[in-house]
Design a protein around this ligand. Structure first.
Ligand code: GTP
Ligand code: MG
Length: 138
């Protein structure tokens, strides 16, 4: 079993969709073993998305991620990292498969409802950025 890091982004909280997104997560067999609603600081968002700092959309991305509450989560399950990426759908909702979170809910490539870790190494780094060990309850 594996853990991955998830964020329900500000477009999800703004539209009151956190329960609807969590239903898709749980129906996929992933278990929410940690969860909290926070306002990300600019510094937290810049650290979190540091790999994208040279991209033209970096400023917009940080602006969006700090524009309202987010829900940060740790998800656990068999092949959780790959499974969650599959459940999320393509980065651009226009390319996302039927039944995926981004197909159902996302509005644009920028406001795309969810984040999920893309590797075991990044999952560990991202979980550690937002959760201490005793906040993860299996
Ligand atoms: P994350 O799970 O959020 O990391 O998405 P991803 O892994 O599917 O995509 P990627 O890591 O390549 O990009 C990170 C995030 O940057 C995306 O989820 C988008 O929110 C944002 N992003 C990517 N491309 C664009 C773009 O062209 N314009 C804008 N505004 N945002 C973008
Ligand atoms: Mg990514």
């Amino acid at each position: 079993t594996e853990q991955t890091f998830s964020i329900l982004k500000p477009d999800a909280t703004r539209r009151n969709l956190t329960g609807a997104v969590n239903a898709v997560i749980e129906e996929a067999g992933l278990r929410i073993v940690a969860q909290k609603r926070i306002l990300m600081t600019k510094a937290q968002a810049e650290t979190f998305y540091a790999v994208h700092r040279e991209r033209p959309f970096f400023g917009e991305l940080v602006e969006f991620m700090t524009s309202g509450p987010v829900v940060v989560q740790v998800l656990e399950g068999e092949n959780a990292i790959a499974k969650y990426r599959e459940v999320m759908g393509a980065t651009n909702p226009a390319n996302a498969a039927e039944g995926t979170i981004r197909k159902k809910f996302a509005q644009s490539v920028g406001e795309n409802t969810v984040h999920g870790s893309d590797s075991p190494e990044n999952a560990r780094i991202e979980i550690a950025q937002f959760f201490s060990g005793n906040e993860i309850v299996r």
